[in-house]
Structures are given as structure tokens and as C-alpha cells.
Design a protein around this ligand. Structure first.
Ligand SMILES: *Cc1c(COP(=O)(O)O)cnc(C)c1O
Length: 426
């Protein structure tokens, strides 16, 4: 199986190269040359999630040396549960937040860390990411103590919550988390300039672990495939999914799973006030916007990068519209959803998951829907507690991170500062 850029189907490369490059040289995103189709009966009797993952992913890693390590990678990366929790007769929550940093980003980051560590056996790799939230903590945790990798995580000083910051600065060893005196955009600019800088090019093998990397997307297919089959076995009907979406990586993985042949009836998008995809579905015009700040901040994206992959999958507007629907929630509707889920079902939702709960009221009541729960509500205590008027229990995984010693390093937004810092710390 080979991969190519969304901008150029002619130039094809291996999965290993696609993962180490991250972004294609022409600025496009890597996609598989074709999506493998499977017979889901072949998967019906595999109950171990890690085994299921290795079998599914082997289709994408065919003919690549990495394929031999898939069983091991999956055992290590996917060592936490994925509960499907009933809400009412036709609604379930798929909880993707039981990994070490309490969001679904752990699936992609942990699998990518296994691949990149193996690919860097002969040459140490430096990973640099700019982050304003869940990505930074997932990447820091996933790469922590990976022998062949150094990771540099840049986040905007003073612009993230205390709990979010603690989850990034508590790692030490091969992880450097730097608080940049500036905005998230400044952090992103620094990463870009490092990739173009002669010193960095000479002294390191630089890569990135942001959600553009196909090595983060592929492992996300697995939880849709696995849960749809479990559901199908139990209920003899195919579920639909509602996916809280920002950069559209998670929902792209859901469409991949459906297109491959797993028993998924349909996939809908839940958005916050950043509604470019909904506007596209309504008007046929795709018009990226400046992002709007909302309560569901991991979905505050005005120019979703994976839109390119979705368009590659559904090339015409007619295809796209036939495949999906989208629903957008205002902050007020997010608040109402959090309140209602707590009062009616005693379930605490994170603000992102609340957008899916909000969308549920517009969807058929005589068919089953699985709402994707993207993060643990205890990551967002300062938003949720005033809404439900009671404390959000701190999960053991978060407590573990809060108990770790940490140290904050503040730097000016310049590459020279990062250079100095990295030189001085070896
Ligand atoms: C990243 C994130 C999202 C958005 O996922 P995309 O793949 O970018 O669409 C939603 N919820 C949470 C909690 C996230 O961290």
C-alpha cells in the first residue's frame, strides 16, 4: 500500500515516509492510494482491541517493514478501555477519554509515537508541536521516555488553563514544554520557522506530531470499526455516529471506517459556532473563516485542515451532501446540553461532547446513534462546575498528572530562544 499527497496522486511513497514527513512537500496531506475494503465477518471473533487494531491497520502497512511491529505497537498504545455507555433507548456515548491524558488524542499520539520511535532507531528525531490544549498533553505523554525522540511542545503562556498546563510541563526527561510569551499563532509560526532554519536542519532531524500526520489518523479508524462491530453483534443493527469536530481528523477516520465496509449506517458532524462545514453543506461554497473562541475550544477551527482529505474521499458536492449532515451549537446551546444531560441522565459532558448531545435532538429517534465523547469533563472543571453547580470528580488519570512535580519555562517568541534552550540542555 502506498500513499500520496492530496495535491499530487502521481508521486507515491511508503507509509513509513508519509509518517516521518508529516506534511507532504507540496503542502498537501497524505492519503492512502485507495481505501482497503474488508469483509467485516473476518473481524467478528476478535475480542481483543489491540489484536483487532493490528489486523485492521495491517491493510495500510502492507509491504512496509513497520507492519511486523504492528501487534507490539498496538499492545502498548491501546492499553485502556473504550466503554459504550447507554444514554437512552436509541443513544449511546462512546467514551474515548480513558487514556493517560483524558482525550481521544491519546489514540493517535500513542500510535504515532510507537511508529516514529522505531523509524528513528538510527537517527534521533526531534518532534516540535505548537498546541493550545489536548494535543500538547497527548503528544508529551505519548513521547515521554521514547528513547529515539526529543519532543518540544510550545504553548502560549497564560492562555491555557492551569490543569492543561500541568499536563504538559509535568514530564521532564526527553520532553521540553515551553511557555511562549505570545499567542498560539506565534507558537505555530515558530514551528514553521524551525523547519526552514539552517541550524535546525543541520543539527536535528525535525518532524511534527500535529493532527495532519497520517500516523495519527489511521489509528482513529479502529475505534469506529471496533465499536460498530460490537454494537452490530449485540443489537443486530448498524449504528450512526455523531462526531464533535474541529480539524475534522476524527470524523475523517469515521468515514474511512464506513467506506472500508464496517457496519456504520451514517456519520454526522457536530460543530460549535465555527460552522464552515455546515455553511458548505448549505451553500456549496467552502469559505474558511477566522476561528471564533467558544466553550469547546479544541473545536475552534476556522480552516479545518482535514477538509482536504474529506474532499478527496467525496470529490463532488453531491457526494459530500449524500454522505453527511452537520449541526452547529452556540455556547448557550452547549451550556443547555450540559445542564440537561446532568439533570435527565446524571451524565457529565465535556463542552465538546455537548455539541454532539445537542445535535442528537435533530436526528431520528427510531435508529441508534453513538455520540462520540471526546474528552473527560474533569479537564474542563472551570467551565462545567458553574453550569451544574457541583464539583466534577477528578479522574484517577488526571490526579496522577496533577501529582507529578512540574516546572514552567517561559521564553520569548523567537527561534533563537529555543535554540539557546535546546543547546544548553543538550
Ligand atoms: C481535538 C478535539 C476535537 C476535534 O477533533 P478533530 O479531529 O480536530 O475534528 C474535539 N474534542 C476534543 C476534546 C478534542 O481534543
Amino acid at each position: 500500500m502506498l500513499f500520496h499527497s492530496t495535491l499530487n496522486p502521481q508521486q507515491r511513497i511508503s507509509i513509513a515516509a508519509a509518517i516521518s514527513n508529516g506534511l507532504a512537500e507540496d503542502g498537501g496531506l497524505y492519503v492512502p492510494e485507495h481505501l482497503p475494503t474488508i469483509d467485516y465477518h473476518d473481524f467478528l471473533n476478535i475480542s481483543s482491541y489491540a489484536e483487532f487494531a493490528a489486523k485492521l491497520l495491517s491493510h495500510f502497512f502492507q509491504d512496509d517493514p513497520l507492519s511486523q511491529s504492528l501487534p507490539e505497537f498496538c499492545q502498548r498504545a491501546f492499553n485502556f478501555p473504550i466503554p459504550l455507555r447507554p444514554v437512552n433507548e436509541q443513544t449511546w456515548l462512546m467514551e474515548l477519554f480513558h487514556g493517560p491524558t483524558l482525550s481521544f488524542k491519546d489514540f493517535g499520539a500513542r500510535f504515532l509515537a510507537e511508529c516514529l520511535n522505531q523509524l528513528s532507531t538510527n537517527k534521533k528525531t526531534t518532534i516540535m508541536v505548537a498546541t493550545s490544549g489536548d494535543t500538547g498533553s497527548a503528544v508529551a505523554a505519548a513521547f515521554h521516555q521514547k528513547a529515539n525522540i526529543n519532543a518540544i511542545v510550545l504553548y502560549p503562556f497564560g492562555k491555557i488553563s492551569a490543569r492543561q498546563e500541568q499536563q504538559m510541563i509535568c514530564w521532564q526527561d526527553n520532553i521540553r514544554a515551553l511557555a511562549v510569551e505570545g499567542s498560539f499563532d506565534d507558537c505555530q509560526r515558530l514551528v514553521k520557522s524551525a523547519f526552514q532554519d539552517p541550524w535546525w536542519q543541520q543539527h536535528t532531524h525535525l518532524s511534527t506530531a500535529n493532527s495532519i500526520n497520517i500516523g495519527r489518523l489511521l489509528p482513529q479508524i479502529v475505534y469506529y470499526a471496533y465499536s460498530s462491530l460490537q454494537f452490530f453483534k449485540q443489537h443486530h443493527t448498524q449504528p450512526g455516529y455523531v462526531v464533535p469536530s474541529g480539524n475534522l481528523g476524527n470524523v475523517t477516520a469515521a468515514f474511512f471506517a464506513k467506506t472500508m465496509g464496517f457496519p456504520i449506517r451514517e456519520v454526522s458532524l457536530a460543530l460549535n459556532a465555527n460552522r464552515v462545514v455546515l455553511d458548505y453543506l448549505e451553500t456549496g461554497h467552502y469559505q474558511p473563516q477566522t476561528s471564533i473562541v467558544t466553550l469547546a475550544n479544541a473545536m475552534d477551527v476556522g480552516k479545518p485542515s482535514n477538509f482536504e482529505r474529506l474532499q478527496h474521499l467525496f470529490p463532488t458536492f453531491t457526494d459530500f451532501c449524500a454522505q453527511t449532515r452537520a449541526f452547529s451549537a452556540t455556547d448557550q446551546q452547549i451550556i443547555t446540553a450540559i445542564k440537561e444531560a446532568e439533570q435527565q441522565h446524571h451524565i457529565i459532558l465535556c463542552p465538546h461532547t455537548a455539541t454532539a448531545y445537542h445535535a442528537r435532538q435533530y436526528l431520528s429517534n427510531d435508529q441508534p446513534w453513538i455520540l462520540v465523547a471526546t474528552a473527560d469533563p474533569c479537564k474542563f472543571d472551570t467551565i462545567i462546575e458553574p453550569i451544574i453547580n457541583r464539583p466534577v470528580p477528578v479522574s484517577p488519570a488526571l490526579q496522577k498528572l496533577l501529582d507529578r512535580p512540574s516546572q514552567r519555562m517561559i521564553i520569548q517568541p523567537s527561534l533563537a530562544e529555543i535554540n539557546k534552550f535546546c543547546l544548553s540542555s543538550g
